[in-house]
Design a protein around this ligand. Structure first.
Ligand code: SF4
Ligand code: SF4
Length: 170
């Protein structure tokens, strides 16, 4: 989960069904856009659209990413988080993580064990790099990994917002 800003105005949960339905129905159009997009033009627009989306959509009213997917816990993440939790790295791994089929450590359970019922992340300042970067709307991964962006456009209203705005500005 990226920066948390309780002051943000839009509650994605209130309009969840409509944007997700719209996203599912438009996956083909999204895919074509991502395949054919002018890379430089998109990269130029991303910082503004990323900030705009985060100003409009409140992650604390959503939490979809943390509820449904695990970030990778890389070695540096594990060291930082376990130190912060005052746990031995081995104990941290044993308690919270497992190796996935790609050989990455991921959370044993979903929702993420660090997600509170209020959608706050209990290790927010030390969260994995993947969480800080999600949904990759301010980096070239957005175009470089179209399958990931397509998936994120059905999970994350921020990714969906950025994609829609890019398509509208073509
Ligand atoms: S899915 Fe997107 S909008 Fe929802 S909490 Fe995660 S980053 Fe925020
Ligand atoms: S570590 Fe925090 S930000 Fe990352 S998935 Fe878990 S609850 Fe979400």
């Amino acid at each position: 989960m990226p920066p948390q800003n309780p002051q943000n105005p839009i509650n994605p949960g209130s309009d969840k069904e409509s944007w997700q339905k719209h996203s599912s129905e438009n996956q083909k159009q999204y895919k074509q856009f991502l395949q054919r997009a002018d890379k430089n033009n998109v990269l130029k627009q991303l910082p503004r659209l990323h900030n705009e989306a985060f100003a409009k959509i409140d992650c604390l009213q959503c939490g979809n990413c943390c509820k449904n997917y695990s970030p990778r816990f890389k070695t540096t993440d594990i060291k930082r988080i376990s130190k912060n939790l005052k746990m031995k790295e081995g104990d941290f791994i044993e308690t919270y993580l497992l190796l996935d089929t790609d050989g990455d450590y991921v959370a044993k359970s979903a929702p993420c064990p660090f997600l509170g019922t209020d959608n706050y992340c209990s290790i927010y300042e030390h969260r994995p790099g993947d969480c800080a970067r999600y949904p990759y709307t301010n980096e070239d991964v957005f175009l470089k990994r179209p399958q990931l962006t397509l998936k994120n456009s059905t999970v994350c209203p921020i990714a969906n917002y950025v994609l829609e705005k890019l398509i509208a500005s073509k």
